[in-house]
Design a protein around this ligand. Structure first.
Ligand SMILES: Cc1cc2nc3c(=O)[nH]c(=O)nc-3n(C[C@H](O)[C@H](O)[C@H](O)COP(=O)(O)OP(=O)(O)OC[C@H]3O[C@@H](n4cnc5c(N)ncnc54)[C@H](O)[C@@H]3O)c2cc1C
Length: 407
């Protein structure tokens, strides 16, 4: 077990009471812990596994980051903030976290990645270039898209390394005296404290082979990724309208040795099928469908086994994107599974729970959250310190929906 010792807090007299406990230290939780610890709060971070680890959503060597956000113009200021914070993290940690490759989106001229990206670029005055299919195929030889497909390119897109980003925050938090982290510890419940207590919540944990422990805190942040509903159900007897989507990610190499290291990251929607991918960062070029995975309500039901039909689906669809792509020309060199936690509209949920400003939940996923996790941590800091609140992430949009808590 890794721990860092806490000392005093700026505003606590009872040393056994934390100002904030953060549950779940993937990308969102670890950055939240960092910005709160840096601001002088006495914080405790609790993580079920090691940091980083492969069982959640914030692991591996690559996550796309891009500015002209086709999923909604509302995300643009948030992602610009995230870029600034990733840059600061690089400086503070001395680690290279971001690889600028450019980003291209594909689709027909009416598709969301094309229209949405152009809209975000235009509203925020961000530079983009438009490409025809002929220009795409000539300029980037991995791709061979059909005539009705076009592209929008932005220069500032690229790749974040999630393992390194999470670890960079982790190493920095470990140096802060008022921060404590306990790994390999499962939070089983969050309980409201008794009336009149000088703390608001009790967080109940069980570490492997150890007794149950109870930690007291004024505020609790739940950033448990796919396990969010498991914890909410155990703690408050309700769940949020979320679904867990198991994703298959494939790494390939051409049998003849062709490599594609100098291409942009890409996102797209062709024939109503969304996908994304990366240049070859060493292992092979990595790509996946976006939102075509098997869905379950509970993380415990996820089946990580890869079926032959999933592999076949790749060879059926990706000739629409890549040149000369078939079982005869391609070797699959690696396969991974990973979890999306989707909200009904695929936008983030960052809000207070139970009408209590001392309890915040983060479900910044739906398969596009990693790039924002630096800004998410800073935002939680600002929610606590300055009462900043972004309506767009509020749970109120699901009011009355089946599976939503009562507001
Ligand atoms: C295949 C794949 C590709 C993706 N590609 C991109 C991309 O290109 N760009 C992008 O921006 N985003 C991408 N995403 C989405 C992004 O990775 C996620 O949105 C993001 O990592 C979510 O971070 P999180 O901290 O909210 O959740 P997680 O990383 O899942 O962290 C939650 C943490 O909580 C811990 N936890 C849970 N329950 C408990 C408990 N009871 N007690 C203690 N700890 C607990 C878990 O162990 C975990 O560490 C992708 C996701 C996947 C799966």
């Amino acid at each position: 077990m890794n721990t860092t010792k806490s000392t005093i807090s700026t505003n606590n007299t009872d040393l056994s009471i934390y100002d904030v406990i953060v549950i779940g230290l993937g990308g969102s939780g670890i950055s939240t812990l960092y910005y709160l610890a840096k601001a002088g709060y006495k914080v405790l971070g609790l993580e079920k596994f090691d940091i980083p680890h492969k069982n959640g959503s914030s692991h591996g060597d690559s996550r796309i980051i891009r500015q002209c956000y086709y999923e909604g113009v509302e995300y643009v200021p948030f992602v610009l903030e995230a870029y600034k914070l990733w840059e600061e993290l690089e400086k503070e940690s001395g680690e290279v976290l971001f690889n600028k490759t450019g980003c291209i989106s594909f689709g027909n001229s009416k598709s969301n990645p094309i229209i949405g990206m152009q809209k975000s670029a235009s509203v925020y005055n961000l530079p983009v270039k438009n490409y025809t299919s002929e220009e795409i195929n000539k300029r980037f030889p991995l791709f061979k898209v059909k005539e009705d497909i076009c592209g929008v390119y932005e220069d500032n897109g690229g790749v974040l390394n999630p393992d390194k980003c999470v670890n960079a925050y982790y190493q920095l938090v470990k140096r802060i005296n008022n921060a404590e982290i306990i790994t390999n510890t499962d939070v089983s419940k969050v309980l409201k404290s008794k009336l009149g207590s000088d703390y608001n919540y009790e967080v109940v944990t069980a570490a492997m082979g150890m007794d149950t422990r109870v930690y007291k805190s004024k505020k609790v942040i739940i950033s448990a990724g796919s396990y969010l509903n498991t914890l909410l159900e155990a703690s408050f007897n309700y769940t949020l309208p979320l679904e867990i989507e198991r994703q298959l990610v494939t790494y390939c190499k051409y049998k003849d040795g062709r490599t594609h290291k100098n291409i942009p990251v890409y996102v797209g929607d062709i024939n109503n099928t969304e996908f994304y991918g990366f240049p070859d960062l060493g292992v092979g070029f990595k790509f996946a469908f976006h939102h075509k995975g098997r869905k379950t309500k509970r993380v415990e039901e996820v089946d990580r086994n890869i079926r032959e039909e999933e592999r076949d689906a790749i060879f059926d669809f990706f000739p629409n994107v890549f040149s000369d792509f078939s079982k005869d020309t391609i070797d699959v060199v690696k396969e991974e599974t990973c979890l999306y936690t989707n909200s009904p509209d695929k936008d983030f949920i960052i809000d207070y729970l139970n009408n209590d400003e001392n309890l915040i939940c983060i479900s910044a996923c739906s398969g596009h959250g990693f790039k924002f996790t630096s800004a998410v941590g800073k935002y939680i800091h600002d929610m606590i310190v300055n009462k900043r609140f972004i309506e767009f992430f509020s749970l109120k949009r699901f009011k009355g929906m089946k599976g939503s808590p009562k507001f």
